[in-house]
Design a protein around this ligand. Sequence first.
Ligand code: ZN
Length: 217
Amino acid sequence: MEKVKNREQAVEVLQEIGRTLYQRGLVNGAEGNISLRAGDGTVYISARGSRLGALRPEDVAHITTDGQAAEPGPEPTSEYLLHTLVYESCPELGVVLHTHSPHATAVAVNRENVPPLIDEMTILLGGGIGVAPYAAPGTMELAQGAAQGLRERKGVLLANHGAVVGGTDPADALKLAGLVEQACRVFLLAKGGGTVHTIPPEAFERQREIYEKKRGR
Ligand SMILES: [Zn+2]
């Protein structure tokens, strides 16, 4: 997808992402935050306290990657550092979504890495899903954990908090947010039922090659 060129386009794309996350049960109320990187390198991001399921144009803040306002408007989400640091660390990523989806959050509370369990995980996410160490919301430490995780995989869990995914475009990011939630759900169900078998190493290697190509590096 082409990068957005102006505020109007950015609002439209973020509204559609927010609505979809809400409809799929991945966000609720004022939980979660979302952003995209525009063609000029600035970031459009949901405002502090906004409801992603019903995002209004005035709920979209516009900032630079060093966190300054790019135009007058609302304050960005208190988690803006997490978004800007990911964009700085991963030039190929264009959309960052942070959710508290229930199964991902449950695994984040377990603080267990999810091994590659289903083929899509490696092809789309890059492999298993790691857990970044606990850090308080809104801190640089939390942002660093997320950015570090997303350099290696396109999804990461934040201990006792939730999930972050980084997509190349909106459709990719939405797919990833759903996949992280599904993988965590499968992991919890499989653990409850017996032995967890991971994808064989040869298959993992093949899928990892496809992932690297799709991610564009
Ligand atoms: Zn959060």
